[in-house]
Design a binder for this molecule. Structure first.
Ligand code: AMP
Ligand code: MG
Length: 417
């Protein structure tokens, strides 16, 4: 693999994707956990084991509508039992089940003492105060969920470090954990920069384009578990730019687009350094997205230093930079472990000719199931062509160096969602 060299007085190799990602991870510690109500906790990572406050089920529970019986009463051959108590969910039996008695029972109701089986309603026939049991072999324990089968009081029901999925939130609710301790969603501020930008609801004048970057990056950050908002478009003027970026430093993570390349109006690196943000790296051996800038602001009291990413203005460069570097940073802030799926693999459904001295991410669609999946590179006009990239399921990752890839070859695959 040929190293990418950066010009200038001190020529030094640009960091590889893996090196840059390791630097990001090294700076992205989980945010301090806080208490959250369950309805606000979807997707958060539990910071403390959650324990059951009671046995579940709290009683021996009928699993369907029917009759609670003693299995032994039916062994002798006479299949008729006297109909006893009527038991509804929410009530409790008033007395134990008598000999040769059957209680009418509804799903979810405590089984009366003495009963050891529930017979499904459909397998019985009632006439007056007598019920005939038509199920041939009634087994002890059938259709009863014994007390504590799901969990015992004091058991850990959701472990610390687990992502709170809808089903786990349901578990917490059933065991009385109405509040949870978890790292909060990282607060993200997005700042688009560039004198050529206008808002999406405006008609661009000569030389102007609409700001697509902040809409896309805000959505990406929300999708990755952050809580994102965009500030207004920052002009390519040092003082106003610095003022807007300073507001962005109140967030946990600041995402800037544009102004990080080598142009005369690429003022973002200087503005950030003037604000005391330490530069960890500027430029990475990657295509698209090479100009990416990453740094960390000084900590302020309880608040750890804001992570700051300057992504290139070209929308697909920004998209790739987000998926490769920012998404893992957001996950780390939220306390999620590094995900294996960040870099999956795909098998080429069509040959591909790669030309270039940087590892290249090319938008692709998944065309077939399998392990790895089959994927086909899209006909794409490069880093400004967001429209084609928006059809992709992810990006094929080709190594640096000119090479013709054959159909069926396996390469890296960075999934979109
Ligand atoms: P820059 O990184 O500022 O040199 O911008 C590179 C290219 O991306 C230029 O063509 C810009 O017009 C374009 N661009 C910059 N910011 C945005 C944005 N927020 N949305 C869409 N395109 C942008
Ligand atoms: Mg610009």
């Amino acid at each position: 693999m040929s190293p990418g060299w950066e010009g200038g007085e001190a020529r030094r190799p640009l960091p590889s994707v893996a090196e840059a990602l390791a630097m990001v991870r090294g700076r992205a510690a989980p945010l301090a956990p806080r208490i959250h109500a369950l309805h606000e906790a979807l997707g958060l990572v539990l910071a403390q084991d959650a324990r059951a406050d009671l046995d579940m089920p709290p009683f021996d529970k009928a699993l369907l509508d029917g009759y609670a019986v003693r299995a032994g009463d039916l062994e002798a051959g006479d299949r008729r039992l006297a109909v006893g108590e009527l038991l509804h969910a929410g009530g409790t039996p008033a007395r134990p089940l008598g000999p040769r008695e059957a209680a009418v029972i509804m799903t979810g109701t405590p089984v009366p003492a003495g009963a050891d089986a529930v017979v499904m309603h459909e397998r019985t026939r009632r006439s007056g105060d007598v019920v005939e049991i038509n199920e041939p072999a009634v087994k002890r324990g059938q259709n009863i969920l014994p007390r504590g089968r799901e969990a015992r009081a004091g058991d850990v029901v959701v472990e610390r470090g687990r992502v709170l999925t809808p089903a786990r939130l349901g578990v917490l609710a059933s065991f009385g954990c109405a509040q949870v301790l978890a790292a909060p969603r990282p607060q993200v501020v997005v700042v688009p920069t560039g004198d050529e930008l206008v808002e999406p609801d405006q008609a661009p004048g000569p030389g102007q384009i609409r700001d697509s970057g902040s809409t896309m990056l805000t959505a990406l950050a929300n999708q990755a578990g952050g809580c994102a908002r965009a500030l207004g478009i920052a002009p390519d003027l040092p003082d106003p730019l610095r003022g807007i970026l300073e507001r962005g430093l109140e967030a946990d993570l600041l995402l800037i687009t544009g102004g990080v390349s080598a142009g005369q109006r690429d003022l973002v690196p200087d503005a950030l350094e003037a604000l005391g943000v330490e530069c960890v790296f500027h430029k990475v051996r990657i295509k698209p997205g090479k100009p990416i800038w990453f740094g960390v602001a000084a900590a302020r009291g309880e608040h750890p230093g804001t992570l700051v990413f300057g992504l290139p203005g070209n929308p697909v460069g920004a998209l790739v930079g987000f998926l490769v570097f920012v998404r893992p940073a957001l996950q780390a802030l939220a306390g999620r472990p590094a995900q294996a799926s960040e870099m999956a693999r795909a098998r080429l459904a069509k040959p591909f000719r790669h030309r270039g001295d940087r590892p290249t991410y090319h938008p692709a669609v998944v065309t077939g199931a399998g392990d790895p999946v089959w994927a086909r590179a899209l006909d794409w006009a490069g880093s400004a062509d967001l429209r084609r990239a928006a059809e992709a399921d992810g990006f094929l990752a080709f190594e640096a160096g000119d090479r013709d890839y054959a159909e069926g070859e396996i390469v890296g695959f960075l999934p979109m969602g």
